[in-house]
Design a binder for this molecule. Structure first.
Ligand code: Z5A
Length: 207
């Protein structure tokens, strides 16, 4: 099987980072060669852009600037990390990717989706994730989980209405692409979430 490009998505605090560890354990048990990376980030330049995007130095950043910086970080990440890994036959496990731009900048910030599509085509060409796990839970649950951590970043300061638009946009995308975007009910405990993830990975790892 060709190296798989797998992304994890969901609104804040749904458990992407926690479940990445579980997915790594499944890939390890199957002897798969893979890398783990994240967006925005994944290269020194993209991580520097992440700091600008998530930090509080530029609180009044224009929405278009935010969108363009997300894609600038992605262009570097795709060219330097994602494409080289896939070409070498390594699977890529990425915490967030372009679906997050549709959800946050398209849904949350309500930017024109056609602009996002244009940037996606320019920066990615034909590259798309093979599989996307969408961890879904009501916004209040994610916020409560995330709230137990340190100071909120620039996105985490947004109101519930913003995160409800983000969630709705993710779910709408999953309805359009049900084969690629697999929705996981992330509102239950970790064991129940991991059981659903295993059901998706078992056939993939057996093929
Ligand atoms: N962003 C964007 O706007 N546009 C883009 O194109 C991209 C990103 C790529 C950074 O993302 C921000 O960038 C993000 C969107 C924006 N902002 N927001 N919001 P990030 O992925 O780095 O940050 P995040 O979404 O805030 O992720 P997170 O807060 O780290 O959440 P998580 O990884 O999904 O959750 P977690 O850390 O695994 O879990 C949170 C806590 O809940 C933790 O204490 C866990 O132990 C606990 N947990 C997890 N699962 C469970 C279950 N099932 N039960 C009970 N407790 C649980």
């Amino acid at each position: 099987m060709k190296a798989q490009f797998i992304t994890l998505e969901g609104s804040e605090g749904v458990g992407k980072t926690s479940n990445l560890e579980y997915i790594k354990s499944l890939l390890d048990a199957s002897g798969i060669d893979y890398i783990v990376t994240r967006e925005p980030g994944g290269t020194p330049l993209s991580e520097a852009l992440r700091d600008l995007l998530l930090g509080h130095d530029y609180k009044g950043m224009a929405d278009d600037t935010e969108l363009l910086l997300m894609f600038a970080a992605r262009a570097e990440h795709v060219a330097k990390v994602i494409k080289p890994a896939l070409e070498k036959g390594q699977w890529v496990l990425c915490d967030r990717f372009t679906d997050a731009t549709y959800a946050y900048q398209g849904g949350g910030r309500q930017l024109d989706v056609q602009r996002i599509e244009g940037l996606e085509q320019w920066v990615l060409g034909d590259l798309r994730p093979d599989l996307t796990l969408l961890l879904d839970a009501p916004v209040e649950i994610g916020r409560e989980r995330a709230g137990k951590r340190s100071e909120p970043d620039r996105f985490e300061q947004e109101r519930d209405a913003f995160f409800n638009r983000v969630r709705d946009c993710y779910l709408a995308r999953a309805e359009v692409e049900p084969d690629r975007i697999r929705v996981i009910d992330a509102s239950g405990d970790l064991a129940s979430v991991q059981q659903q993830i295993k059901q998706i990975f078992d056939p993939l790892l057996a093929s």
